[in-house]
Design a protein around this ligand. Structure first.
Ligand code: C2O
Ligand code: CU
Length: 589
């Protein structure tokens, strides 16, 4: 039988791409381009001039190489949010944690090692607030020859929720740090980079999703907003949640979802309604007072094909009231891992490291009470009352080369004082945090249970906590104070969701578990960038294990250099940490 040549061609193309895929190679040129939104134009930082940035299409288990060229004016780094990067903290990205920034004009080759992640993740800048415009989706398909644990959708669409400032984002951050106050709020939220019909000068560019009645669409929803958790819904359509943070979930239907900055949620949308135009919409979920947050609503349009007269304006979805904490907590509590034969879970059952971290909003004295925080103070945020300060040499290099004086190793396992954290009154000693760069050392393969406890300082806030280097199981969540005796009895150890970002509810608690099987330096922080720069950050150093596969390999040779004064190596840090912690000693000149 004669095989038509185009079949042969297809076969070769398949083969070519099959092999190419496994080592996909991308070029990211970081540069400013003018961009017009809300009736005004400003220069924004982008990757390859695109906003949102390019989508990475990969398969489970792939390794990707991205060459990052900084053609912008400022220091820059990039992070692959949710990729655990086994033994590869070197190209994880957070500035001053795992690398010094890529200087303007310089280049850094980053390796992204995918292992168990499957579904949707994303990438974003991780230097100051450049991520406001520098972000994109990462779509991780099942391994070749395998498929989704749900019927194959007819189409897949990234839905990236973001926010937009009319002001230059660097100015927004500079003003925030200078004033010590809350800074400015965003002027709009966006869907795939567009604010939508409800904002001035925006209607012509509103994102439109064309659908055909009877088909099913996989929406890969990402919240890339800098400051806001978001409620999201589509008029007259239920959303079937099937995954979050590149891990599958037991499907459940909701009329709306809540998604925190950093988080991804995959939903199936069945186009099963009358052909018409329907709005999808997102707005902030926050406990901030009216007037001190961006209370606008972004929209896009789900547009059925066919001949009909669409309602004008399109039908609008129900979204909960902006401060509906219960709606948010109930949503978080309904996430359950698939936990079936093909997708087994691996929750640590025997815990050897118990941690309890309070998350607080704080004030700090300001010279002459001249700041714009309460009573002239400066706003800060803290974990266990320590407000994190970025070092000048990244912690990973300081650790690897045993450079003393960069970080301390005394991050406390517990808060300085246990009190009624969620009551209105708090001990005075709690209001002002200690500022410092302290890390928590974890033994290789230790099994960690970490309870986050939100406090009511400055009325408190929800905190979308994100951990680099690991996904964690969310085994419990609740409002009020964590009860050491009762709450562990309610833990879900059967099918807890596997996340990399999760909302710790305002004046509430949340427990995660993970196994520290990834040697290196890993950042943990609130994914509200305001809280992050105020110090709601922590760093884990996971020590090397015994076998060669459990050790941190040396850095790539194009690590962006740190600019700092020569520090003589004394044995202070090295001695207290021991040889496992300092694989190599080197004089830094
Ligand atoms: Cu989305 Cu530290 O990152
Ligand atoms: Cu926070």
């Amino acid at each position: 039988m004669k095989v038509p040549t185009y079949h042969l061609l297809g076969f070769f193309l398949f083969f070519f791409f099959y092999h190419r895929r496994a080592w996909a190679h991308y070029k990211f040129v970081v540069k400013e381009v003018p961009c017009t939104r809300l009736c005004s134009t400003k220069n924004i930082l982008t990757v390859n001039g695109q906003f949102p940035g390019p989508t990475l299409y990969v398969h489970k288990g792939d390794t990707i190489i991205v060459d990052v060229y900084n053609r912008g004016k400022y220091n820059f780094t990039i992070h692959w949010h949710g990729v655990t990067q086994p033994r590869n903290p070197w190209t994880d990205g957070p500035e001053y944690i795992t690398q010094c920034p890529i200087q303007p004009g310089a280049k850094f080759r980053q390796k992204i090692i995918l292992t168990t992640e499957e579904g949707t993740l994303w990438w974003h800048a991780h230097s100051d607030w450049t991520r406001a415009t520098v972000y994109g989706a990462m779509i991780i398909y099942p391994k070749w020859g395998t498929t989704y644990p749900f019927p194959k959708p007819d189409a897949e669409i990234p839905i990236i929720l973001g926010d937009w400032w009319k002001q230059d984002i660097k100015e927004v951050l500079d003003e925030l740090l200078l004033s010590g106050g809350e800074g400015n709020y965003s002027d709009a939220f966006t869907i795939n980079g567009q604010p939508g019909d409800l904002y001035p000068c925006s209607k012509q560019d509103t994102f439109r999703l064309k659908v055909e009645r009877g088909l099913t669409y996989l929406l890969r929803i990402i919240n890339s907003a800098v400051q806001d958790m978001l409620f999201f819904a589509i008029a007259d359509h239920n959303l079937t949640v099937v995954g979050s943070d590149a891990s599958y979930l037991k499907p459940f239907k909701r009329s709306f979802i809540v998604i925190s900055p950093g988080q991804t949620i995959d939903v199936l949308l069945e186009a099963n309604q009358n052909p018409n135009h329907y709005y999808m919409a997102a707005k902030s979920y926050t406990v901030a007072a009216e007037g001190v947050f961006d209370n606008t609503t972004t929209t896009a349009i789900v547009e059925y094909s066919g001949n009909y007269t669409p309602s004008s304006p399109p039908l609008f979805p129900y979204l909960p009231y902006y401060n509906d904490t219960l709606a948010s907590v109930n949503f978080t509590a309904s996430l359950r891992s698939l936990a079936d034969k093909e997708h087994p879970i691996d929750v640590p059952m025997e815990i050897n490291t118990y941690l309890f971290y309070t998350l607080s909003m704080n004030t700090f004295p300001c010279p002459n009470n001249s700041c714009s925080g309460p009573n002239g103070t400066r706003l800060l945020a803290s974990v266990n009352n320590i407000s994190f300060v970025n070092p000048e040499i990244d912690i990973l290099e300081a650790y690897y080369y045993c450079i003393p004086g960069v970080f301390g190793i005394r991050f406390p396992d517990f808060p300085p004082l246990f009190y009624n954290f969620t009551e209105e009154y708090y001990p005075l000693s709690y209001e002002i945090p200690t500022r410092g760069t302290e890390v928590k050392i974890l033994d290789y393969n230790s099994t960690v249970e970490l309870v986050f406890q939100g406090t009511s300082l400055l009325l408190g806030s929800d905190h979308p906590m994100h951990l680099h280097g690991f996904s964690f199981y969310v085994v419990g969540v609740g409002l009020g104070n964590f009860d050491n005796e009762k709450d562990p009895l309610t833990y879900n150890l059967v099918d807890p969701p596997l996340q990399n970002t999760i909302i710790v509810p305002v004046k509430g608690w949340l427990t995660i578990r993970f196994k520290a099987n990834n040697p290196g330096v890993w950042y943990m922080h609130c994914h509200f960038d305001r809280h992050m720069v105020w110090g709601m950050d922590a760093v884990f150093i996971v020590k090397n294990g015994k076998s060669p596969e459990a050790k941190l390999p040396p850095p790539p040779n194009d690590m962006p250099p740190c600019y700092y004064k020569a520090v003589p190596i004394t044995s202070k840090v090295a001695n207290s940490l021991g040889p496992d912690i300092c694989p190599i000693r080197m004089e830094i000149k």
